[in-house]
Design a protein around this ligand. Structure first.
Ligand code: NAP
Length: 244
């Protein structure tokens, strides 16, 4: 029986690359997305090229009810979830002086509360199975902080605390929980940055380039595999050496 991976926010960027990479490894894929569009259609087709099953479900991770519903649908179709990747995330950058309360709350609601909402609905199935992998996508700025990102950094630091606490709660039941902290990765999230800003960022990265989604997907693949079976509660930076 194939393993099943659920990836949130998987229509583009890092989430999409994780879904496609795990499909190539033979996982059946359940993917979640927020908005129906060309990308939500095309990712399913790309995954099915790997001859695995794919279930694509619409749902907002910041809504507990949506998460309850889409996790139910995944269980109905596949009967289990072996790997959960909490990837869905947003930014609303602004200096704190100018940040509206809604901008702070929205980012926390999607990135941190969303991670809780999905995990809360998945965990009982993993505990019953006495196995499972949860991989949370944090960020290096959750460790280092970043001007203009108090909301985002707080959400990503929260994910690290969540990861370590849950890892301690569920280790004895065979469920491993780790986080990946990407640096600057080329996706639509960072597309908004001006070229000069990107060049400046790359100059300050020891490996002298921004990362690509595949760099992150490769580490997620490792954390989902039996090669990482003695690792839990860890945060792996995928950042070209930005944070040491
Ligand atoms: P992206 O290209 O903007 O993609 C984000 C994905 O999340 C999209 O599929 C989006 O779907 C989905 N999403 C957003 N809000 C959602 C919600 N409420 N419910 C369900 N899905 C939702 O971003 P990315 O760069 O790939 O980032 C992926 C993850 O990596 C995020 O957690 C991000 O914080 C983290 N990260 C990224 C970088 C970077 O440099 N790119 C660095 C560190 C960490 P829609 O298309 O429907 O909006």
């Amino acid at each position: 029986m194939s393993k099943v991976a659920l990836i949130t926010g998987a229509t583009r960027g890092i989430g999409r690359q994780i879904a496609v990479t795990l499909a190539k490894e033979g996982y059946d894929i359940a993917l979640n997305y927020r908005r129906e569009n060309e990308e939500s259609e095309s990712v399913k087709k790309e995954i099915e090229e790997s001859k695995v099953q794919c279930l694509a479900i619409k749902g907002d991770v910041s809504s507990f009810e949506d998460c309850e519903e889409f996790v139910k649908q995944v269980i109905e179709k596949f009967e289990k979830i072996d790997v959960l990747v909490n990837n869905a995330g947003i930014t609303k950058d602004m200096l704190l002086m100018r940040m509206k309360k809604e901008d702070f709350e929205q980012v926390i609601d999607v990135n941190l509360v969303g991670t809780f909402n999905v995990t809360k609905n998945v965990i009982s199935h993993m505990l019953k199975a006495r196995s499972g992998r949860i991989i949370n996508i944090s960020s290096v700025v959750g460790v280092s902080g970043n001007a203009g990102q108090t909301n985002y950094s707080a959400s990503k630091a929260g994910i690290i605390g969540f990861t370590k606490s849950l890892a301690k709660e569920v280790a004895s039941r065979g469920v491993l929980v780790n986080a990946v902290a990407p640096g600057f990765i080329e996706t639509s999230m960072t597309e908004v940055l001006k070229d000069e800003v990107k060049e400046e960022i790359a100059k300050n990265i020891p490996l002298k380039r921004m990362g690509i989604a595949q760099d992150v997907a490769n580490v997620v693949k490792f954390l989902a595999s039996s090669d990482s079976s003695y690792m839990t509660g860890q945060v792996l930076n995928v950042d070209g050496g930005m944070l040491m």
